[in-house]
Design a protein around this ligand. Structure first.
Ligand SMILES: *Cc1c(COP(=O)(O)O)cnc(C)c1O
Length: 402
């Protein structure tokens, strides 16, 4: 057998039939919080489950192989993963982040910077001149998130890495939107990949989890030390479920992507739509870069509807799409970022980031694409006021972003 295994094979075979006690085909779930020592002077492989446990190790090893990492740490959420990498930054040093990063990431960076733990610089990373100007300040860590949320902007990872090399910046990619099935940032030169495994990797909307994957062993060991020290490591049951979800990652994403391509293209042709933000469309400004660095365009897109469409009514009229935050699960989801995921952003900041009140984000699931299309077009018909102009008042920030 060749040493090279395709990602699908890695996901399907990780930990299968490796149990030494009973020969379990499906890896067993080890829930124990602590492990017995044979002798006080003979530390076992696992001693305490915060530091490590076999179920979590199985998921970590599978994710490492999928991303080409030397060391992986499974943590309790995507936010825990992002916070973990921030332990690499000292007071006075700078974190460079995309201006339109995930809302929770924006909140975390802003809150920690306010405490004086580091400086943060939010930049439009799709603008090469702005990116170059930001790198002049020698950031310690640069976070890349591509495609971005909710506008699916594409950042050129190779270009970002090339600029970072001049100033020894650690480049971290949040690969949540595509998963290792469609993008491998470590292969493109990044040092660390973070995931909210809550999304595509688990894919069943029943676990909140995260992972940090480091290309370099020493950097990974440093992060593992911090994960144990701060106690953000993932629970065994969550790891068990996430590994179970990972088995079908490639199959799910292929199917979801195929439907997303069709639905996005159909919407782009409709006169009641002003813009479709999907990197798979040739009209998308990041289309060529996406083609060069991704293995597919994914199953997420956003749509800006024309002024005669009441997007709130549109959501109310959908049957197959659940109105919910989050993404990447087997089920189709829909949200109005301005009223939901990005409600905690000031309206001016939202406008500056290009998130209009008429923007709707879709996460395409495993339902049949014809059913999804019928659902969307029926709801669109009902929500359209020909020649009308809908005014929106969903400005009040109802709580923070998820
Ligand atoms: C959801 C998400 C996160 C946060 O992950 P949680 O698991 O919800 O903590 C971070 N980055 C991106 C891009 C996300 O979509």
């Amino acid at each position: 057998m060749s040493n090279f295994l395709h990602s699908e094979t890695i996901a399907a075979s990780a930990g299968v039939a490796e149990d030494s006690a009973y020969g379990d085909v499906s890896p067993p779930l080890h829930l124990s919080a602590n492990y017995a020592w044979n002798d006080p002077l003979d530390k076992p492989q696992y001693d305490y489950a915060r530091s490590g446990n076999p179920t979590r190790t199985q998921l970590e090893e599978a994710l490492c192989k999928l991303e080409g990492a030397a060391k992986g740490i499974v943590v309790s959420s995507g936010m825990a993963a992002l916070d973990l990498v921030l332990n690499l930054v000292n007071t006075g040093e700078t974190v460079l982040a995309p201006h339109d990063c995930y809302g929770g990431t924006h909140r975390l960076l802003t809150a920690r910077a306010k405490r004086g733990q580091f400086n943060v610089e939010f930049v439009d990373q799709t603008d090469p001149a702005k990116l170059a100007a930001a790198f002049i300040k020698n950031p310690k860590l640069a976070l890349v998130e591509t495609p971005s949320n909710p506008l699916l902007r594409i950042t050129d990872i190779r270009d970002c890495v090339a600029q970072a090399r001049h100033c020894d910046t650690i480049v971290v990619a949040d690969n949540t939107f595509l998963s290792p099935a469609l993008q491998n940032p470590l292969e493109l030169g990044c040092d660390i990949v973070v995931h909210s495994t809550t999304k595509f990797i688990n894919g069943h909307s029943d676990v909140v989890g995260g992972a940090v994957l480091a290309k370099d062993q020493a950097l990974g060991d440093e992060l593992a030390w911090w994960a144990n020290c701060t106690g953000v490591t993932g629970a065994p049951f969550d790891s068990f479920l996430t590994l179970r979800g990972l088995r079908t990652l490639h199959t799910r994403i292929e199917r979801q992507q195929a439907s997303a391509e069709v639905v996005a293209a159909k919407l782009a042709e409709d006169e009641r739509v002003s813009n479709v933000f999907y990197p798979g469309l040739e009209s998308h400004p990041g289309h060529e870069i996406a083609k060069a660095q991704q293995q597919g365009f994914g199953s997420m897109f956003s749509v800006e509807f024309a002024e005669g469409v009441d997007v709130i009514e549109l959501l109310r009229g959908l049957d197959l799409f659940t109105i919910a935050e989050s993404l990447g699960g087997f089920e189709s989801l829909v949200c109005v970022p301005a009223a939901m995921t990005h409600a905690s952003m000031a309206p001016e900041a939202r406008a500056a980031a290009g998130i209009s009140e008429r923007l709707v984000r879709f996460s395409i699931g495993l339902e049949h694409q014809e059913d999804l299309l019928s659902d969307i077009f029926a709801a669109l018909e009902k929500a359209s006021v020909p020649g009308g102009k809908i005014a929106y008042l969903h400005q009040e920030a109802r709580g923070a972003c998820a």
